[in-house]
Design a protein around this ligand. Structure first.
Ligand SMILES: Cc1cc2nc3c(=O)[nH]c(=O)nc-3n(C[C@H](O)[C@H](O)[C@H](O)COP(=O)(O)OP(=O)(O)OC[C@H]3O[C@@H](n4cnc5c(N)ncnc54)[C@H](O)[C@@H]3O)c2cc1C
Length: 259
């Protein structure tokens, strides 16, 4: 909350994520749901400009789709009553089809929900088209999980090329979306596309990464949000970040020291 408030002071919005994933007990999924409800209440009470981002397996998708949907439905209703927004993170490939299908179902009923699409997945063009056909709100990111070469592009140039392609499709057809990357070249491409398409979109980056760039984009009039993870279950998230960029180990150390 404090970090989101600090970011708000610089006109950067927050995206709060309670760390935790792959829960194996129903009680843990319920506890995460309850905590998100508390977060939504606190954001509203303190007038903090921040939405939330949930992980499907944190709400029980690994235990059962019905459990996940019940919990997500509860969170979406609460978020709607507060006029807030919920992002659904995309996790490993095995959860992807259920996440997309559940998202599209919820999207019919809720205007306040978006979903991450991973550019490293070979099937993402098809999913982006499905999203665009049904008014889905997309957060385009590269993808962070270690998947088989059968389903993902492994080379950076291939992933970046697919990101550019999907981004162009989204700019051409979508009304609201997010571009989630720290990659200078892709940010530049997004700016060029926005000059042509005048879309309603935002840049999203992770807490602690490219903070100067966030402020520069705000200065230039772009909407920027930062993903703020918190909580005790930090291991899996931290491993993904360090795998992406070795220097993120300093970010982790700083977070641990500052509590
Ligand atoms: C808001 C948000 C939400 C996300 N949600 C999901 C999700 O739901 N599912 C999912 O699989 N993934 C998600 N991701 C993670 C994403 O898929 C990537 O794994 C992650 O963002 C790194 O990719 P990148 O686009 O920054 O490109 P990279 O190829 O990792 O980096 C590109 C360039 O960015 C700069 N950079 C990157 N990291 C640093 C750093 N620490 N310090 C300085 N410069 C840096 C460097 O110049 C680097 O060359 C999310 C990312 C963000 C920002």
């Amino acid at each position: 909350m404090a970090r989101a408030e600090q970011s708000n002071a610089h006109k950067v919005r927050g995206i709060i994520n309670l760390l935790g994933e792959e829960v194996t007990a129903r009680e843990a999924a319920t506890a995460s749901t309850t905590e998100y409800l508390e977060i939504l209440k606190a954001l509203d009470a303190h007038k903090i400009q921040s939405c939330i981002s949930i992980k499907p397996t944190q709400l029980g998708l690994g235990i059962g789709k019905t459990l996940f949907k019940d919990n997500l439905g509860t969170i979406l209703s609460a978020a709607k009553s507060f006029g807030n927004f919920v992002w659904v993170d995309m996790e490993g490939y095995e959860y992807m089809p259920d996440t997309i299908d559940s998202y599209l179902e919820f999207r019919k009923k809720f205007g306040n929900v978006g979903v991450a699409i991973q550019a490293y997945l070979k099937r993402s063009e098809e999913d982006v088209n499905r999203m665009l056909d049904s008014g889905g709100i997309v957060r385009l990111c590269k993808g962070a999980y270690n998947e088989s070469p059968e389903v993902v592009y492994k080379r950076k140039d291939q992933i970046n090329q697919n990101f550019s392609k999907l981004m162009r499709m989204i700019f051409e057809r979508s009304k609201g979306f997010a571009i989630a990357t720290h990659d200078e070249k892709l940010i530049k491409e997004a700016i060029q596309l926005s000059n042509v398409h005048h879309a309603d979109f935002e840049f999203e980056m992770l807490m602690g990464i490219r903070d100067k760039k966030k402020l520069e984009l705000v200065e230039r009039g772009y909407r920027v949000s930062e993903y703020i993870p918190f909580g005790k279950s930090w291991w899996a998230y931290s491993v993904r970040r360090i795998r992406e960029h070795k220097s993120n180990i300093f970010l982790l150390a700083r977070s641990l020291i500052s509590g």
